[in-house]
Design a protein around this ligand. Structure first.
Ligand code: MEV
Length: 292
């Protein structure tokens, strides 16, 4: 059985969302495909290599299989991954691989899991691998669409272009979440108001999306969000260089996801820009699905 699940982009609110502040997040039209076949032993084939159950090389897939086995014990399975989502780039490739593997396992072994169950197990895998996280990535990858987090209010998923520029530097979510937690422990009276400000940005952005596309206002909010992400130490010199280069072309950009590397995003009039290591994505309505 083959299943696929989409990537996600955090438009506003990363990191603050770990502390239950608001974030505006959309699934996007890049997918991870998981092909699952019954087998007498365990084999995982992906761009990261060919292994058995391996919690170092393939932690997300291995924990997905382990958690699934708690529901339905299995003696073996072959999992083959093909993905359009750049790895460790802030676009939710880990959640998409987890969710697509769980959906394909469910279909292959006929366990009748709902998408809510799949989202819940993927959330558990996120905790197993990362130790912390808001659960946003598995939620968006399971259900698709555009959402206000943490209350999971579904927004009207409009069609617009998102420019993504890949720094080609790895973004390791667990490390960045830990770094921010350490800063907050040291300076709670400074960091908490920053999270409150990010919360306000996400809510303002939702209003702007609700009432059409005021690109100028969205650019203001992107600028402010990036300043605050820089303040909590999750930008990098590569990210800042790309943002500067885009600013010279009149485009306002921010990092997306955990930062420290990964991708920079911009919205608005971005279709015809010629930028190295960049591509355009669009909001995606559909979440995890079985592929024929
Ligand atoms: C990672 O895509 C986004 C973070 O806010 C962590 C999380 O929400 O789990 C940095």
């Amino acid at each position: 059985m083959k299943a696929s699940a989409p990537a996600k982009i955090i438009l506003f609110g990363e990191h603050a969302v770990v502390y239950r502040k608001h974030a505006l997040v959309t699934a996007v039209n890049l997918r991870c495909f998981a092909d699952v076949k019954r087998s007498s032993d365990f084999k995982i084939i992906s761009p990261l290599g060919i292994t058995k159950l391996d919690f170092e090389t393939h932690p997300w897939i291995s924990y997905a299989i382990k958690n699934f086995s708690n529901i339905k014990p299995i003696n073996g399975v072959e999992v083959r991954i093909e993905s359009q989502i750049p790895i460790a780039s802030g676009l939710g490739s880990s959640a998409a691989v987890t969710v697509s593997v769980l959906k394909a396992l469910d279909a292959e072994f006929e366990t009748g899991l709902s998408n809510d169950d799949i989202c819940e197990i993927a959330r558990k895998v996120e905790i197993d691998v990362q130790g912390a996280g808001s659960g946003t990535d598995p939620f968006i990858s399971t259900f698709g669409g555009m959402w206000l987090i943490p209350e999971r209010k579904k927004l009207n998923c409009k069609d617009f272009n998102i420019l993504v520029v890949d720094t080609k530097e790895k973004s390791i979510t667990s490390e960045m979440v830990k770094k921010v937690a350490e800063l907050r422990n040291k300076y709670p009276e400074i960091i908490d108001p920053i999270f409150d400000a990010i919360d306000g940005i996400s809510l303002r952005a939702m209003e702007v999306f609700d009432t059409g596309f005021d690109w100028k206002k969205l650019a203001d909010l992107i600028f402010l969000n990036q300043c605050l992400l820089r303040a909590i130490g999750v930008s990098s010199s590569k990210i800042e260089k790309i943002i500067e280069m885009l600013s010279e072309k009149g485009i306002t950009a921010k990092l997306t996801g955990a930062g420290g590397g990964g991708c920079v995003i911009a919205i608005g009039d971005v279709e015809d820009l010629k930028i190295d290591n960049s591509f355009i994505v669009k909001p995606e309505k559909e979440g995890v699905r079985i592929e024929e």
